[in-house]
Design a protein around this ligand. Structure first.
Ligand code: SAM
Length: 186
């Protein structure tokens, strides 16, 4: 599968940006606020997309670092514009299994609505590559929409295979629909 398979349409980009900067902005802000990030933390935001979620993360860790990863050229261009005000951000285009990101170096890995977009056969390698980037005792936070092809049992198996310990799992209704939240430790 080529990387261009993942490119969004113009309509998808327009809708994502419009909603993400208006109606859904409070939703993203509260998702990030509830992570209780420390300003000095090093964060890996996996599947950053347009940056409508990442910009709230960037604002919280101004003395730390935010590494944004995405597989899409078009989203990466948009992301750079969204996060232009921030200097403590790095951009990484490509597959997490192939990127030269330091291992055992991030306090947190965050995935917001990403894993269900990845083909099921690629998920184990992705989770392992993300878990390797966490420092010892670092945390991985994941929010997924319910009913979009990733079930809780699969997620539990993926996390266990990547050596992650589940700290918390819950389901909620949000402005973005019904979701589940999971937190793991390295
Ligand atoms: C639904 S969007 C979510 C974007 C962002 N996290 C948010 O919540 O606003 C999913 C994102 O994951 C990215 N993505 C999909 N598969 C990926 C992969 N294998 N590696 C990195 N990013 C991927 C897509 O390009 C897209 O930007």
């Amino acid at each position: 599968m080529t990387l261009s398979t993942y490119e969004p349409t113009r309509l998808e980009m327009l809708l994502t940006l419009t909603l993400g900067h208006t109606l859904l902005s409070p939703y993203y802000r509260s998702f990030v606020r509830d992570l209780h990030l420390d300003p000095r933390e090093r964060i890996l935001d996996f599947g950053s997309g347009s940056g409508v979620c990442s910009r709230h993360i960037a604002a919280q860790v101004q003395q730390g670092h935010l590494a944004c990863v995405d597989i899409s050229h078009k989203w990466m261009e948009v992301l750079r514009k969204t996060l232009r005000p921030y200097r403590h951000v790095s951009y990484h285009l490509g597959r997490i299994t192939e990127l030269d990101l330091p291992v055992a170096s991030f306090d947190r890995v965050i995935l917001h609505f990403v894993l269900h977009d990845i083909p099921a056969h690629e998920r184990p390698a992705v989770m392992q590559a993300l878990a390797r980037r966490l420092r010892p005792n670092g945390r991985l936070h994941l929010r997924e929409p319910q009913g979009h092809g990733l079930e809780a049992a699969e997620l539990a198996a993926l996390a266990a295979a990547a050596g992650l310990r589940c700290q918390d799992f819950s389901t909620h209704k949000t402005a973005a629909g019904a979701v589940f939240d999971a937190e793991y430790r390295q």
